[in-house]
Design a protein around this ligand. Structure first.
Ligand code: IMP
Ligand code: MG
Length: 177
């Protein structure tokens, strides 16, 4: 595994996101919705750098990649009421963009007064959709990354840094069903 962004770099990126968000919203009340599970670490770090009145909710998505590419399910049971609220949607990574596009489409039907999106990472050369996130902390090369919330087969989310998976890592799996 090769470290792409260490803890200090990640914290600087999250701080930069927080100051961009503060610059847009000032002290206006804000609702942040994290797309689970990948944004869990970013969400926890980011909200502690914001000081406006803040509500925090989550939405769960899962996509079945590889075999049934594009099939995405969204579970919004744990999401807060966002009608007439200023809302930011948070995700770990903007890859093809399909996840963010579909969650945004769903959320728009609920009538927020404004809706923006923020991601930690944006992979270059992968986008399949027209939208781009309003706030991006890091542009990264097209490599599979884990850590700081991002997983490979649900593993590695707890790494405090972001690393590229190498072929040796792809073979080992520590959990069996
Ligand atoms: P998109 O719908 O293609 O933009 O993919 C977004 C989702 O795919 C993210 O929320 C991640 O869960 C997952 N994903 C995309 N690239 C990576 C990666 O390099 N490592 C881990 N997860 C990834
Ligand atoms: Mg995800």
């Amino acid at each position: 595994m090769k470290v792409l962004l260490d803890q200090r770099q990640l914290q600087a990126g999250v701080e930069a996101l927080a100051s961009e968000i503060r610059a847009v919203y000032g002290h206006r009340p804000l609702t942040i919705i994290g797309i689970m599970t990948g944004s869990v670490v970013l969400l926890a770090d980011l909200i502690r750098k914001l000081d406006m009145p803040l509500r925090v909710g989550v939405v769960q998505t899962s996509s079945y990649r590889g075999t049934e590419r594009g099939a995405l399910t969204i579970n919004s049971e744990m999401m807060l009421d966002i009608t007439d609220r200023d809302v930011i949607l948070i995700d770990d990574i903007f890859d093809t963009g399909q996840t963010l596009k579909e969650v945004i489409t769903l959320m728009k039907t609920l009538g927020p007064s404004s809706l923006r999106s923020a991601v930690l990472l944006k992979k270059s050369g992968r986008q399949e959709v027209k939208i781009i996130p309003d706030f991006v902390a890091f542009d990264i090369p097209d490599e599979f990354v884990v850590g700081y919330g991002l997983d490979y087969n649900d593993e590695y989310r707890n790494l405090p840094y972001l690393a590229c998976l190498e072929s040796a890592d792809l073979q080992s799996t520590h959990f069996h069903s």
